[in-house]
Design a protein around this ligand. Structure first.
Ligand code: PMV
Length: 320
């Protein structure tokens, strides 16, 4: 009973920051994201006939630091009275560095866990299970442009524009490959408790979502750019105004923002977003990709560039 699933990370344009219910890991706000294609996580799950602890290897090395979250996720999908699992993950991009690695990890894990335990679970329920492990992971169950609605009791997730896709592309400027200093879970709690901006962040989120949804449905790049940059900077304002402050940016992050502003002034269809890390994600239309990559490649402090189109949701690759 072994299953292998693949998922890609998603990049939020209207961010999830803050929790309504910590135990159930329910987000305080709805959010909106792009599922990528070329950054990938595969998860292989095999339940063994032996008692004892689960094992986890990531990119060929034991990963004990992540095992508890993985085990908790397997318990949620399969139940806690289960056999021990051997979990093997392969990831083709830096982990824990603000590149949404937990979104693809838990999306792939729930799909692989359900298949290897021969449990049939619909995609919406899998999204809820993944979201209970990492809020953003719920969105990676679906491809393309995805909206997550945060209800009182549970989330619901739906893809937008499936029949007439919008060919948005994402260039990621990696400005630091190491792990981030504060995880997003801890950072959110700190923001909720200490940032004077947290309540206004919550109060204006639905407005931003409405603008973003309308922009996507009209395929209006400039309107999406404006609301996404605004929403991202508001989330980072909550982080910066937390006590003690959380500043994920480095000087290269700012240099990338400056480079993107220059490109915008020259008329290129590009905008930025950043998550819980110093990497800058430049969202662009296909015609602007080459010029965006060239500009970011030359930006001081950029260590690596990744490029992706939009991709599909989490899926099973094989089960035996
Ligand atoms: O899913 P988590 O707990 O890693 O939180 C993700 C938070 C952000 O990436 C900063 C925003 C988002 O909506 O993905």
């Amino acid at each position: 009973m072994k299953a292998v699933a693949q998922a890609q990370p998603n990049i939020a344009l209207i961010k999830y920051w803050g929790k309504r219910d910590h135990e159930a890991n329910l987000p305080a706000v709805s959010s909106f994201s792009l599922t990528l294609d070329s950054l990938r996580t595969t998860m292989s799950v095999e339940f063994c006939d032996r008692p004892g602890r689960d094992t986890l290897r990531v990119n060929d090395a034991p990963a004990p630091g992540m095992l508890d979250r993985v085990s908790a996720c397997l318990d949620l999908v399969v139940g806690s009275k289960r056999a021990a699992a051997e979990v093997i993950s392969e990831v083709n991009f830096p982990i824990g560095a603000g590149l949404a690695s937990s979104s693809s990890a838990f999306a792939a894990l729930v799909v692989a866990a359900a298949a290897s335990s021969r449990t049939t679970i619909d995609t919406q329920t899998l999204a809820r299970l993944a979201g209970a492990c990492s809020g953003s992971a719920a969105r990676s169950l679906y491809g393309g442009i995805v909206e997550l609605t945060a209800g009182e009791e549970q989330i619901s997730v739906q893809p937008l524009l499936q029949s007439q896709p919008w060919p948005l592309e994402v260039v990621v400027a990696v400005t630091e490959k190491g792990k981030k200093p504060v995880g997003s879970g801890e950072a959110m709690v700190r923001g909720e408790k200490t940032s004077p901006f947290y309540s206004s962040w919550l109060a204006r989120q639905d407005e931003d979502l409405e603008v973003a949804r309308a922009a996507v449905l009209r395929q209006d790049f400039n309107s999406l750019a404006e609301v996404a940059e605004h929403n991202c900077l508001k989330m980072h304002s909550v982080m910066w105004s937390s006590k003690p402050p959380i500043v994920y940016w480095n000087s290269a992050t700012l240099s990338c923002l400056e480079a993107i502003r220059t490109l915008q002034d020259q008329g290129h269809a590009v905008f930025f977003t950043m998550d819980a890390g110093p990497q800058v994600k430049a969202i662009c239309l296909p015609d602007s990709v080459d010029v965006v990559m060239a500009a970011l490649r030359q930006t001081p402090g950029v260590q690596d560039l990744m490029h992706s189109k939009l991709g599909a949701g989490a899926r099973l690759l094989r089960s035996t």
